[in-house]
Design a protein around this ligand. Sequence first.
Ligand SMILES: NC(=O)c1ccc[n+]([C@@H]2O[C@H](COP(=O)([O-])OP(=O)(O)OC[C@H]3O[C@@H](n4cnc5c(N)ncnc54)[C@H](O)[C@@H]3O)[C@@H](O)[C@H]2O)c1
Length: 398
Amino acid sequence: MPNNKGVVYLGPGKVAVRAIDDPKMVDPRGKTIDHAVILKVVATNICGSDQHMVRGRTTAPTGMVLGHEITGEIVEKGKGVEFLDVGDLVSTPFNVACGRCRMCRAQQTGVCLHVNKSGLAGGAYGYVDMGGWIGGQAQYVMVPYADFNLLKFPDKRQAMAKILDLTMLSDILPTGFHGAVNAGVGVGSTVYIAGAGPVGLAAAASAQILGAAAVLVGDMNQERLKHAREVGFIPIDLTKSDDLRELVRDAIGTPYVDAGIDCVGFEAHGHGARAATEAPATVLNGLMAVVGPAGRIGIPGLYVTDDPGAKDESARHGSLGLRFGLGWSKSHSFYTGQTPVLRYNRQLMMAILHDRIPIARIVNATVIPLDEAARGYQEFDRGAARKYVLDPHGLLKR
Ligand SMILES: NC(=O)c1ccc[n+]([C@@H]2O[C@H](COP(=O)([O-])OP(=O)(O)OC[C@H]3O[C@@H](n4cnc5c(N)ncnc54)[C@H](O)[C@@H]3O)[C@@H](O)[C@H]2O)c1
């Protein structure tokens, strides 16, 4: 595995593909491990979560190798790996999880208790505060606790034919699904999804497969709204009004929905005339306004404890101007946190393999070479209606 290279964060607004160390079976504490594999990365996607770091909106250190959406082929395995083999094609959940702690046993792999050297709960590849695991926007990457974490595709040739769908299993499809399940979406539900980015579209596709009657997707980005309409969802143009209930009523005849999903997070902007201004509590307050009594609100959109780029002092420490009394008075439930990908990825793989969820088309998967990652980051940051898939070894169809 000569000349590994990967996408490195160089400071706000800057990423570059650089030579990086070959992966070793050593954990971030420096301990040699035998439960890991080395993957040749076949597909690795750029995520909205990466953008929070690259925009300088987290405390991510410079020099970090990015990338937590990883699909690859095993090229080496430690002697403690029992059930996987060299040559297997696998999806890697973005969560690093030990498979042994109380949280992992309860399928809460997003808050594994053993994989974060800072003592926090939860680990991920190439992510700030998530344990120091090296990122996978690279040619090769190490995956620990491989037997537990990795999802093997049953048939390599069949998987390569659907690889642009299957690459969404490492994060955004389970994340959208988690948002929809936690929002209580079922047959006949009406659902409002904030954000027409890839996670919002994955939540919309998930709501559809769960049986929703009407799937509304709100954003201010006209290109993304147009794309959302083209792939079968009801677009809500938030530049038109700052009253979300009015926009929902115009779309479905009533100002309330059964379920709401936040696929935006802390970099949310205001609605209507305030669409150009950042307003981090807008999405959550809007969801409390439109979700009906006893409704549930799924919140995959990311919120942070420290935001160095926030406009005001309280937001800098993750404090938002929430109208919590409104949600309380309606008996709302809120579901936050990193998605435990392992809880959903096998079922969603089966849905993809049996043509039940064309997620690559829905998120407009767009393949670019690893060397052009910086362009992908820039275009995604400008709001392109695309999900960028990096191709480190030239194995994907463009
Ligand atoms: N919980 C998890 O495990 C998990 C996993 C993956 C991504 N995420 C998070 O999900 C969020 C979405 O990810 P993405 O890749 O789709 O990001 P993205 O940045 O591409 O999309 C966010 C969209 O929200 C829109 N937006 C801004 N303010 C809005 C508002 N008030 N109402 C509606 N839309 C608004 C933006 O125009 C943009 O199109 C991010 O915060 C990301 O970090 C969480």
